[in-house]
Write a protein that binds this ligand. Structure first.
Ligand code: SIN
Length: 521
């Protein structure tokens, strides 16, 4: 494995220096930046444009225990969904600091939906014992929060938002973090800082069906792999049960999400013969944890030889649905489906990664000066299956904790210079060609089929060999393009996921391995 993918020899690239670099401009990255002291010079890096993030698309909302009224129950629901392999201490931090996170967002200018008495409108989603999910403008929570955070970051004066920059590697000197290499509009750059926060998001694009935006190729996690940073729970990949299945379009690429909140309001699942089926799988029916619902749908699709099942929300009238689910209603309408009278075709799709860069309760990785927050990080709060709407909350709570830790320590952090030049992949294009589109597509198909909802050992061993061969082939090349590094990152992260599944030796939650679950029966 190559340690560095591009050379950071000081003669070869431009340099810039900050106090803190944040890789990723979703809710985790921007909120962390805003929680840091204003005297710090901060760079927030965005791979494409600032609104190209899953955070922006988030529909469901933010789970929170307001007025301390249900903290115990929120902890219980989280660990129950996570199959009891969650980090209990991290879950308690998450829940206990949820009210503060909501208050901070309100102070920044976020307007949560409220009822006519001015109380928060709180919704249900799968495996929540009570309605505790706050949302903004119905099903547009992500957009509502992100617009406020972007505006505040742009106003702040100490935050430099750099878009079109692709972070490549974490650079270390004497075993300590000192900076990163990146391609900025195709040109290699070195950015140094005292601290760095990875907030690079998820891995959805490793699978052929995903609700994730196209920039989410696991880049931050691949950077951590090359830097030898510890990872955790890499076998736990969450498939959302209900992504929109378009009968006219290819299902490849990003699928539109039909929020769990639709089931939370009472919509039910039916197979293509119109039969409601969830009671055959779990007494909680449509509101069972996501891994259970996704597997049930997968099973029904197989039994009925269909690529989708239906979500039936026809028990509600048009006015309620249009108002509560504005975005979803519009998307269905654009696909000739009227939610109040037509069933919605849905299929499971990769949605969230519970694993990632291992961090402690203050979002610190094992490398001094390096932090990770949001989906690329693994605090352990989600266990084997994330409870719906706990992810934005995790980004806020642990983003704030990273900011507090950095604020306390940064003045004592030594500013490291560039280490000795390391050899990476040459900066010249050796003229070799590889069809990256084809390379990525074949990985997505393999991962979807063998490392998705149902897994088995024999197939996983087979795909590991394919992944390892592809990595060796790529390493022999002489390329430095974004396309190349992205594909290389995807294969590195996929290889790590497959190895983690093979090493897990058990079938828990979203890591459903047929061989282990048969053996346990
Ligand atoms: C949804 O709205 O169903 C997604 C929310 C989440 O993933 O937590």
């Amino acid at each position: 494995m190559k340690r560095y993918l591009i050379d950071f020899n000081s003669n070869l690239c431009k340099h810039k220096y900050f106090d803190v670099i944040i890789i990723g401009a979703g809710i985790a990255g921007l909120y962390t930046a805003l929680m840091l002291p204003q005297k710090l010079k901060i760079a927030v890096l965005s791979k494409k444009e600032i609104d190209d993030s899953d955070s922006y698309m988030a529909q469901g909302g933010i789970a929170a225990s307001i007025d301390g009224d249900d903290r115990e129950l929120h902890v219980k629901d989280t660990v129950n969904a996570g199959c009891y392999v969650n980090d209990k201490e991290a879950v308690e931090v998450l829940v206990n600091e949820s009210e503060q996170a909501i208050e901070n967002l309100i102070k920044l200018g976020v307007n949560f939906d409220r009822d006519s008495n001015g109380n928060f409108y709180r919704s249900f989603e799968g495996n929540h014992s009570i309605a505790r999910i706050l949302h903004v403008n119905g099903d547009s929570t992500g957009k509502g929060v992100m617009e406020v955070l972007i505006k505040q970051a742009e106003r702040a004066g100490n935050i430099d938002i750099i878009s079109g920059i692709f972070a490549v590697d974490i650079v270390e000197n004497e075993g300590k973090y000192c900076g990163i290499t990146a391609l900025h509009r195709g040109e290699p750059v070195y950015l140094g800082s005292r601290c760095c926060v990875m907030a690079s998001g998820g891995i959805g694009q490793l699978f052929s069906k995903t609700t994730n935006v196209d920039v989410l190729t696991g880049d931050g996690i691949a950077m951590a792999i090359r830097a030898g940073i510890g990872l955790k729970d890499m076998e736990y990949v969450q498939f959302h049960p209900t992504a929109f299945y378009s009968k006219n379009k290819d299902t490849e690429g990003r699928l539109f999400l039909i929020s769990e909140a639709v089931r939370g309001e009472g919509a039910v699942l039916k197979n293509i013969n119109g039969k409601r089926f969830m009671k055959e799988y779990d007494s909680r029916m449509e509101l069972a944890p996501r891994d259970i619902v996704a597997r049930a749908i997968f099973d029904q699709m197989k039994k009925t030889s269909s690529k989708y099942v239906y979500l039936d929300a026809t028990m509600y009238d048009e006015k309620f649905l249009r108002n509560r689910f504005k975005q979803i209603y519009r998307e269905c309408e654009d696909n000739s489906i009227e939610m109040y009278k037509d069933y919605i075709p849905v299929t499971p799709a990769e949605h969230y990664f519970m694993g990632g860069i291992k961090v402690d309760l203050f979002s610190r990785t094992c490398m001094d000066g390096l932090y990770a927050v949001g989906e690329c990080a693994c605090t352990g709060v989600h266990g084997a299956n994330r409870l719906a709407s706990n992810s934005l909350l995790e980004a806020l709570v642990f983003g704030n904790r990273a900011a507090q830790d950095i604020s306390e320590k940064i003045s004592a952090v030594k500013k490291y210079g560039l280490p000795e030049v390391k050899t990476g992949i040459n900066l010249k294009d050796g003229g070799q060609k590889l069809d990256f589109g084809e390379l990525e597509k074949s990985l997505k198909d393999l991962m979807e089929k063998h490392a998705g909802i149902i897994r088995n050992i024999e197939d996983l061993k087979g795909i590991l060999k394919v992944i390892e061969d592809a990595l060796l082939k790529m390493e022999a090349l002489d390329l430095k393009t974004v396309e190349f590094i992205e594909a290389y990152n995807m294969y590195q992260v996929a290889g790590n996921i497959v190895i983690s599944i093979l090493n897990s030796k058990s079938s828990i939650g979203s890591n459903y391995v047929e061989d282990y679950s048969k053996a346990a029966r």
